[in-house]
Design a protein around this ligand. Structure first.
Ligand code: NDP
Length: 449
């Protein structure tokens, strides 16, 4: 294990987020590799950490003032052993190879956990959507697709949304793909309902997180009814996490964006959630506006010089980090545990640092890792692909029912794998082993390719 980690670090010394994701998986699957010498002999792990293909391209576009701007576009085609590459596109100034490789690596195991035939990929750009007009967004998306189109397809690579890429962006990307290829195919997921999208896809990641959290609580004879919850972020995942927590009788007291967070002790009810959806999805405003609209809520500006995030210091029962990677460090994790949190369900990808994870595991609380907890989004993307192939649309109840079943089966698979390898109740080890074995077996079957 140490040798493989060393090899990964020496090859790309600056890719810290990627090292972090690989390190966690390596540690978890060590007993599997020990019991299966063919995985070592066939260098399955060494092949898994090397993307099958990395595409890096220039995206020139013209802003509203007529200035030419240049961004970088990326697509990491990580592993296609069990199906076409599948994973979101992220538009955020922090995007680089390390972040996208970590996301693509995680996606491989997450997609395997869903039980659907999807390989793993991820992509995006260092383009910053904040403050851009609709016209600028359209020009950027069209120019991005002018290169990406030649690398993707419904049987090869099917991107979706992620941070900074929602329904509007998927529309612009799809429009240009269709024009270039002259064909109407399910090449992207997260499409609008009247041109190939699936019901429940916008809700899927958040709903799936809460379904998974409910399964975790049930192992201790508890439910979300009456539980106080901390949610970070205020985008797609956060909004639908709040919605499902409300459905199940819980109370949410926080939301955030990169400028700060709000604490609303009375709870974010359905009317306030509708305000947040309009604020974030239509008016594209900031969470500070929430405190202006609801003066009992307190807005605390973000302060990167602090060693902890005060959002995680409020008394609560459950936490749903739903913004971005490494948003919970060891101090935050300690604050959560000492303030009574009994469950952490990760909606964002890799939101907890390795030191933070150790705090959760040592404390014995229920800790649900992102690759299991937030797999509902890609699972419903898989269902969108199926509906596109059949040229059928399933009802809301049908898709939601399938999502629930998939989240239940991921939960069971994590527990079973953890139990089998002597770590009962450790969802992180269970998720990593369960996802890894499925992909590793396919790679063994397919030979050295
Ligand atoms: P959105 O773009 O809809 O929302 C992201 C939210 O997180 C915004 O509130 C944003 O604030 C905040 N945020 C982003 N970066 C930072 C940062 N560096 N510091 C503080 N806040 C930040 O994205 P999603 O809701 O889709 O994604 C959220 C997380 O969930 C990501 O980790 C993503 O990879 C993961 N995920 C998403 C899935 C999906 O289906 N959408 C599926 C599985 C995982 P601001 O507006 O200020 O940038």
């Amino acid at each position: 294990m140490a040798e493989i980690m060393e090899w990964v670090k020496n090859r790309d010394p600056e890719q810290r987020e990627f090292h972090q994701a690989v390190g966690e998986v390596l540690l978890s699957v060590q007993p599997v590799l020990e019991q299966n010498p063919q995985y070592r002999h066939l260098k399955v792990m060494e092949r898994l950490v090397e993307p099958e293909r990395v595409i890096l391209f220039r995206v020139p576009w013209v802003d509203d003032r007529g200035n030419v701007q240049i961004n970088r576009g990326f697509r990491i085609q990580m592993n296609s052993a069990i199906g076409p590459y599948k994973g979101g596109l992220r538009f955020h100034p922090s995007v680089n190879l390390s972040i996208l490789k970590f996301l693509a690596f995680e996606q491989v195991f997450k997609n395997a956990l869903t039980t659907l035939p999807m390989g793993g990929g991820k992509g995006g750009s260092d383009f910053d959507p904040k403050g851009k007009s609709d016209q600028e967004m359209m020009r950027f998306c069209h120019n991005f697709m002018l290169e990406l189109f030649r690398h993707i397809g419904p049987h090869c690579d099917v991107p979706a949304g992620d941070i900074g890429v929602g329904g509007r962006e998927i529309g612009f990307l799809f429009g240009m793909y269709k024009k270039l290829r002259n064909e109407f195919t399910g090449v992207l997921t997260g499409k609008s309902l009247n041109w190939g999208g699936s019901l429940i896809r916008p809700e899927a990641t958040g709903y799936g997180c809460v379904y998974f959290a409910s399964e975790m609580l049930a192992t201790r004879g508890q439910t979300l009814e009456g539980k106080v919850c901390l949610v970070s972020g205020s985008g797609n995942v956060a909004q639908y996490t709040v919605e499902k927590i409300l459905d199940l009788g819980g109370k949410v007291v926080t939301l955030s964006d990169s400028s700060g967070y709000i604490f609303d002790e009375a709870g974010i009810d359905r009317a306030k959630l509708a305000f947040v959806k309009d604020l974030k999805n239509v008016r594209r405003g900031r969470m500070k506006d929430y405190a202006d609209r609801y003066p009992d809520a307190v807005h605390t500006p973000a302060d990167p010089t602090r060693d902890h995030n005060p959002l995680w210091t409020h008394r609560a029962d459950c936490a749903f980090p739903s913004a971005t990677q490494n948003e919970i460090n060891a101090v935050d994790a300690g604050n959560l545990v000492s303030n009574g949190v009994v469950l952490v369900a990760e909606g964002a990808n890799m939101p907890t640092t390795p030191e933070g994870i150790d705090v959760f595991l040592d404390s014995g609380i229920l800790y649900g890792p992102s690759k299991a907890v937030n797999a509902g989004g890609v699972a419903v993307s898989g269902l969108e692909m199926t509906q596109n192939s059949m040229r059928l649309n399933w009802t809301r109840e049908e898709v939601d029912g399938r999502l629930r079943t998939i989240m239940k089966s991921i939960h069971r698979a994590c527990l079973d794998a953890a139990e089998r390898y002597g770590k009962p109740g450790n969802y992180m080890i269970g998720a990593n082993i369960s996802g890894f074995v499925k992909v590793a077996e396919a790679m063994v079957d397919q030979g050295i390719v």
